[in-house]
Design a protein around this ligand. Structure first.
Ligand SMILES: O=P(O)(O)OC[C@H]1O[C@H](OP(=O)(O)OP(=O)(O)O)[C@H](O)[C@@H]1O
Ligand SMILES: Nc1ncnc2[nH]cnc12
Length: 179
């Protein structure tokens, strides 16, 4: 993990959103800050510069913003993993839980060719339920999941450890304690 005070200072915390007891780590302030946004994307991309990455997969919705930028930087394709009912072609689907709810996510069955090297990107990992579901879908259609990267880790909720236990290397740029 790279600790960067300026980048961390650009994240806003909203207590009790979307439910009482949740400390919501809001990246819209980071995204709106041109230097912070560029720095975050550069830091996420850094270990992969010069490596062959076929696809970047991003989870709706915040993972789209970051994943698109990362894919562009790596000259890779982008694959959206969407909440159910939004993709028009044949999908694979999985139910998952996250820090403040449950849902189902989908991706197109033909979004990735078997053996392609894929990086998963999202803004934040908390319980890891969302990322775990995404890795399962990617592996189901034959992806070689090289790593997962996030701007924010909430380590007390165990998501990064859960992903590593699935054999996925995890990169995060900052942590928040007291989720
Ligand atoms: O590690 P977890 O406990 O699974 O939580 C992390 C997920 O929660 C947030 O997404 P959310 O479902 O709120 O969707 P959004 O990006 O559309 O706001 C975040 O962007 C991650 O995808
Ligand atoms: N505490 C949190 N802040 C922002 N997004 C989240 N997704 C899951 N937990 C979150």
């Amino acid at each position: 993990m790279t600790f960067d005070h300026d980048l961390k200072a650009s994240v806003r915390t909203i207590p009790d959103y979307p439910k009482p007891g949740i400390m919501f780590r809001d990246i819209t302030t980071l995204l709106a800050d041109a230097r912070a946004f560029r720095r975050a994307v550069d830091e996420l991309v850094h270990p992969w510069a010069g490596n062959k990455i076929d696809k970047v997969a991003g989870m709706e919705a915040r993972g789209f913003i970051l994943g698109g930028a990362v894919a562009h930087q790596l000259s890779a394709g982008f694959v959206p993993i969407r909440k159910k009912g939004k993709l028009p072609h044949t999908t694979v689907r999985i139910a998952y839980s996250l820090e403040y709810g449950i849902d189902e996510m989908e991706m197109h069955v033909d979004a990735i060719h078997p053996g392609e090297r894929v990086i998963l990107v999202d803004d934040l990992i908390a319980t890891g339920g969302t990322a775990e579901g995404a890795v399962k879908l990617l592996r189901q259609i034959g992806a070689n999941v090289m790593a997962a990267c996030f701007i924010i880790d909430l380590p007390e909720l165990g998501g990064a450890a859960k992903l590593r236990a699935m054999g996925v290397p995890v990169r995060t740029l900052m942590t928040f304690e007291g989720h």
